[in-house]
Design a protein around this ligand. Structure first.
Ligand code: E4P
Length: 217
């Protein structure tokens, strides 16, 4: 499963990129607002830090204006994935852009039927928001299972990008189901490294090593 980080914080992205475990980045208008940076400048900078896809979201809601904004963002770098909302105009733009060879991430997906439409429109990625689905009393991970089943039934190449990930269990379940990608905030990705028994075991090994009085090398 590929790991994307869901942030527009360049310092966090650079730190995670150094682990070699980062396969891409997702941003959205709220994350750009949180960064306090200029949208085009920050996206271009991020696309220079990671080799993988960097999702940059258009804010227009009508086809012609979406296409104009998409032209601006896809010109920033070859690894830009234009992020479009799951609406009729969004999917129309998706079809046009992917026919052109542009990467497209269809966002704000909350049903398996919506995911089916996005795949038929040629989306490179579909982003079902599991956390927001859970928030309103639906089962976010059940949505991922349904989409996996449907995409496998018809050999769709659209990658399932689990979004709105809130905690490590979402990551575990995504991998169990066979999602292609998950995108999570930096804190959730960092939490994956931790286990109390790893910390306890390491402390014990280091304490015993200290008693040997040896150095390596
Ligand atoms: C995905 O591309 C979105 O940016 C993101 O995962 C939304 O997460 P949130 O529901 O925590 O805002």
């Amino acid at each position: 499963m590929k790991f994307f980080v869901d942030t527009a914080d360049v310092k966090e992205i650079a730190e995670l990129a150094q682990t070699g475990l980062l396969d891409g980045v997702t941003t959205n208008p709220s994350l750009i607002h949180k960064s306090g940076r200029n949208f085009l400048e920050v996206v271009k900078e991020i696309a220079g830090i990671v080799d993988g896809p960097v999702s940059a979201e258009v804010v227009a809601t009508e086809f012609d204006e979406m296409m104009r904004e998409a032209d601006v963002v896809r010109a920033l770098a070859p690894n830009i994935a234009v992020k479009l909302p799951l609406t009729m105009d969004g999917l129309k733009a998706c079809k046009r852009l992917t026919d052109d060879g542009t990467l497209v991430n269809v966002t704000l997906c909350f049903s398996a039927n919506q995911a089916l439409l996005a795949a038929k429109a040629g989306a490179s990625f579909i982003s079902p928001f599991v956390g927001r689905h859970d928030d309103v009393g639906f089962d976010g991970m059940a949505l991922i299972e349904d989409i996996r089943l449907i995409y496998d039934n018809y050999d769709f190449e659209t990658e399932i990008l689990v979004a709105s990930v809130r905690h490590p269990i979402h990551v575990l379940e995504s991998a169990r189901i066979g999602a292609d990608v998950m995108t999570a905030p930096p804190a959730v990705i960092k939490a994956l490294f931790n286990h109390p028994l790893t910390e306890k075991g390491l402390a014990a090994f280091l304490a015993d090593w200290e008693k040997t009085g040896q150095i390596i090398g």
